[in-house]
Design a binder for this molecule. Structure first.
Ligand code: UD1
Ligand code: CA
Length: 452
């Protein structure tokens, strides 16, 4: 929206977090609290000002974005004082929207609603009804008209019973805000300049204070400690899970599903319990994820079965493939259609062709595997010589017998067969049986050791 400035208050230390990290850098669903607020502010405001203080450099570095305006508040003398630091940058005739860096889940429609109201009245605030209003500033109304905000520490017994509280999010005509900010005094219980005192001044001047009452408590919930952070994380996850289910995803238990990133899916996908999705994950149609899987930055096709306790990261899994149980698919891996990766198999930086299998206890790293290859139990690509990594190539139709070590760099020919227990150090030719095992023998004079 044109001529709307966001003023994000983020100077507080967040003492109750008991952390070396500034509060606004604590994360919700893998993203810093401040990032959520910035996203909303940048979507609707023409300029965004962030008031920083404690751990300022860390905060600025975390958001290396030229479009942001950083304003330092060297001493935290209250919310009114914080806003005062910004006003020399802001033109009269614009609108100032005050947001908190530690209220992450605020949504655009609510803010747009607030801005629309302030355009008429000059002052608008966002309140919320709470069963337990302890700690918050109370909204004082007469004949339903807002008269003042009284902070918890300054309130009398009657006022403390009020359940409508100040979320802290407010919008002002900037000229009006500047005038009232200059009148603020710190003669209150906390000796601070309260932004909230402006409400009473404006009401006393006969101004109507517009208000929006937030419908969802979590949208306006602030985060002061790790307990509140965890509660908000749950609410965020629950919300997201509901959205996914409404879009057609089957979640066996939405309370045991976490997505810290972006998930998209086709039709009839199913996710069982204790699954964690991170980064950008795409699922095709009819794909299922069994319990206890972690999937990060992966593109997974249709009709794929991810079996229990599997971990997939930075990989592509083709249609009809099967992964796990207990498989680990690492970065830069591409598993083609109908390939099968079984239990205790680790695959790194490798390509598996269509229909190829490694079903038991293998390590496949830096390898290119053709179509319809069978990798027996316990096969290892020895890709690392202690200094450098080397490639293994296995051509279409090859059969690698169990417990074989492939000493890379090495190439296994098309339709070749390698006998079990071989250590392969030289390229293997097409269509032949190769092995490198000593012949089985019996030692004639051998005696079982006796106990000394
Ligand atoms: C404030 C409101 C209260 C409201 C509550 C909602 C005032 C006086 N009170 O109280 O009515 O119910 O928020 O959570 O406004 N900050 C700065 N610089 C400062 C002081 C604060 O940047 O000098 C920032 C904090 O980092 C925080 C926000 O402003 O993001 C609110 O500050 P906080 O001290 O938590 O205010 P409350 O006392 O909770
Ligand atoms: Ca607070």
């Amino acid at each position: 929206m044109n001529n709307v400035n966001a003023i994000i208050l983020a100077a507080g230390k967040g003492t109750r977090m008991n952390s070396a990290k500034p509060k606004v850098l604590q994360t919700l669903s893998n993203k810093a609290l401040l990032e959520y607020v910035l996203m909303q502010a940048q979507a609707i405001c023409s300029q965004v000002y962030v008031v920083y203080g404690f751990g300022g450099e860390q905060v600025r570095q975390a958001f290396d974005d030229d479009s942001l305006n950083w304003v330092e508040q060297t001493k935290q003398l209250g919310t009114g004082h914080a806003v005062q630091q910004v006003m020399s940058h802001i033109n009269n005739g614009s609108i100032s929207l005050v947001l908190y860096g530690d209220v992450p889940l605020i949504q655009q429609p609510t803010l747009v609603n607030l801005i629309t109201k302030v355009q008429k009245s000059g002052v608008a605030l966002l309140s919320v009804m709470l069963d337990n209003p302890t700690g918050y500033g109370r909204i004082i109304r007469h004949d339903n008209k807002i008269q003042a905000i009284v902070e918890q520490k300054d309130a009398n017994a009657e006022q403390l019973k009020i359940c409508e509280v100040n979320t802290g999010i407010m919008a002002f005509d900037s000229g009006l805000l500047k005038t009232y900010l200059s009148y603020l005094e710190s003669n209150n219980a906390q000796g601070e300049l309260y932004l909230t005192d402006i409400i009473e001044m404006a009401a006393n001047d006969g101004k109507t204070i517009a208000s929006v009452v937030a419908k969802n408590e979590f949208e306006v919930a602030g985060v002061n400690d790790k307990v509140q952070l965890a509660k908000l994380e749950r609410a965020f996850q629950q919300n997201q899970a509901h959205k996914f289910m409404q879009q057609g995803l089957t979640l066996k238990d939405p309370a045991r599903f976490d997505c810290r990133g972006a998930l998209s899916f086709g039709r009839d996908c199913e996710v069982d319990i204790n699954v964690l999705i991170e980064g950008k994950v795409v699922l095709g149609n009819d794909t299922s994820i069994a319990p206890n899987c972690i999937i990060k930055n992966a593109n997974i096709g249709s009709n794929v079965s991810i079996l229990p306790n599997s971990i997939i990261e930075n990989a592509i899994i083709g249609d009809g493939a099967s992964i796990g149980p207990f498989a680990r698919i690492r970065s830069e891996t591409n598993i083609s259609e109908n390939a099968k990766i079984g239990n205790f198999v680790e695959v790194k930086k490798s390509t598996f062709g269509k229909g190829s299998k490694a079903l038991h206890l293998s390590y496949v790293g830096d390898a290119t595997i053709g179509k319809n290859v069978n990798i027996g139990a316990g096969v290892i690509t020895c890709n690392y010589d202690g200094v450098n990594k080397h490639q293994t190539t296995i051509k279409d139709g090859a059969f690698v017998g169990s417990d074989t070590q492939l000493i890379a760099p090495v190439t296994i020919g098309k339709n070749a067969t390698i006998g079990a227990g071989s250590t392969i150090t030289k390229d293997v030719i097409d269509s032949q049986l190769s092995l490198s095992r000593a012949k089985q023998s019996v030692l004639k004079n051998w005696k079982k050791p006796t106990k000394k």
